[in-house]
Design a protein around this ligand. Structure first.
Ligand code: PLP
Length: 449
């Protein structure tokens, strides 16, 4: 953790909770697939005096004075991203992944136009047209799905929907999908209707750079990504336009820029821009390639070990950084909450998630998503994954007597009671102690592995 000696003096409350969180991050096993730990260099850029500056506009075209150094930082970030991802145009100003995606709609569609993305309950992201998101409210959103058996995108349905609805924009990418994203197949399908194809690689950006996942640069017109997941940078995002995108619309870069500012945002977060540039430099090093490949190796070993212990995994394993455990055989429908809670109590952080063909609901989903990016940053490898799989078995076994009541009015009391019992469980406390001791031995960020 970077030094907080001043904060500790001036704000005891915030520094108290910050230190508590630092201990939680060190002693626990962080397995939410979208989370990671950044280097001290990224933290330093993020916590720098760059937060003091206003710089609405773009390099050399600002609405405020005093931006001559900020311009250089933003240009470096853009150039590093262009080189790493092999794209023609980059905007590094989106505040996060969701506004980046909204900007893509603003740049390519008019309100009411038809758009298409993967259904949220099938692994898609809110911003790919889900009904409660602005993207599903202001656009005519048609959602495609995965096959319930394999968890793979149902290409027959997708082709049929594209021919019928002729969307202006199609999304490829997801938040819970265990296969490599089929960029080539999606680009062929988008060609049928002449649609823009946007690849959202928020989850796999680091794997793409490491050569551990296919790059969408040849296939998509636009690429969006968050910078804080496998890319291991600050919370932020980028929108990229490919060569293919510029040949479809030579003004696409300018349209994206206008959609971000003044369309959706005000002044860019220059401290974040600098931290993105630092993260991109780190990602260009040979050890980042090793890191990205190790993430996938770890996820595969974890899958094999969990299956050996009787767990049911969507797709029987993984091709990327995450596994999706189908918990219906353990708890019946809606058991994701039990698993998340019991694992959290024992020091493993995961998140509950829907499974393909979800038999319950997004609020009480029947699975959990588990990822390896953060543990891999700490230097953990196959050996550690084997050990962790044993803990999963022991921990889930503690909770397998519970199941979600069918009657909605009984659920609150049942879950309150479950939580109380779990907190008193001696076996879980012993496991938590073991996990805390184990995790504390690893640095938060291991450069060399
Ligand atoms: N796209 C995908 C695929 C995501 O998984 C996420 C976040 O989980 C986002 C976009 C949105 O990113 P943010 O939470 O930074 O708005």
């Amino acid at each position: 953790m970077v030094n907080i000696k001043n904060l500790s003096k001036t704000d005891k409350e915030i520094s108290y909770w910050l230190k508590k969180e630092a201990v939680r991050q060190k002693e626990g096993l962080e397995m939410i697939p979208s989370e990671n730990y950044v280097s001290d260099a990224v933290l330093e850029a993020m916590g720098s005096i760059l937060t003091n500056k206003y710089s609405e506009g773009y390099p050399k075209k600002r609405y405020y004075g005093g931006n001559e150094f900020i311009d250089e930082i933003e240009i470096i970030a853009q150039e590093r991203a262009k080189k790493l991802f092999g794209v023609e145009y980059v905007n590094v100003q989106p505040y996060s992944g969701s506004p980046a995606n909204l900007a893509v709609y603003l740049a390519t569609c008019n309100p009411g136009d038809t758009v298409m993305g993967l259904d949220l309950t099938h692994g898609g992201h809110l911003t790919h047209g889900w009904k409660v998101s602005a993207t599903g409210i202001f656009y005519n959103s048609i959602q495609y799905h995965v096959e319930s058996k394999s968890g793979k995108i149902d290409f027959d349905e997708l082709k049929r929907l594209v021919k019928e609805h002729k969307p202006k924009l199609i999304w490829v990418g997801a938040t819970a999908y265990v296969y490599e994203f089929p960029f080539k197949e999606l680009s062929e399908i988008a060609n049928i209707s002449g649609s823009f194809l946007a690849a959202d690689i928020a989850h796999v950006a680091g794997l793409v750079i490491a050569g551990a996942h296919l790059s969408p640069a040849k296939y998509a017109h636009i690429i969006t990504t968050t910078t804080h997941k496998t890319l291991r940078g600050p919370r932020g995002a980028m929108i990229m336009v490919t060569k293919k995108g510029l040949s479809k619309d030579s003004e696409l870069g300018e349209k994206i820029d206008r959609a971000i500012f003044p369309g959706l945002q005000g002044g860019p977060h220059d401290h974040t821009t600098a931290a993105i540039a630092v993260a991109l430099k780190e990602a260009s090093k040979a050890n980042f390639k090793k890191y990205g490949k190790q993430i996938v190796k770890n996820a595969k070993v974890l899958a094999t070990e969990l299956i050996k212990r009787g767990f049911k995994l969507v797709g029987n394993g993984t091709e990327n950084h995450m596994n999706l455990i189908d918990l219906v055989p353990v708890f019946g429908p809606g058991g994701g909450f039990f698993a998340q809670y019991v694992l959290d109590t024992a020091g493993i952080t995961v998140n509950k998630n829907t499974i393909p063909g979800e038999p319950m609901s997004p609020f009480y989903p029947s699975g959990i998503r588990i990822g390896t990016p953060a543990l891999t940053t700490r230097g953990m490898k196959e050996k550690e994954m084997k050990k962790i799989a044993v803990w999963y078995e022991k921990i889930i076994n503690v909770a397998k007597v519970y199941s979600l009541p069918k009657e909605k009015e009984k659920r609150k009391e049942y879950l309150d009671n479950f939580k109380k019992e779990i907190h008193k469980n001696k076996k879980l406390l012993e496991i938590k102690h073991e996990i805390n001791k184990f995790a504390s031995k690893y640095p938060i960020f291991a450069w060399d592995r």
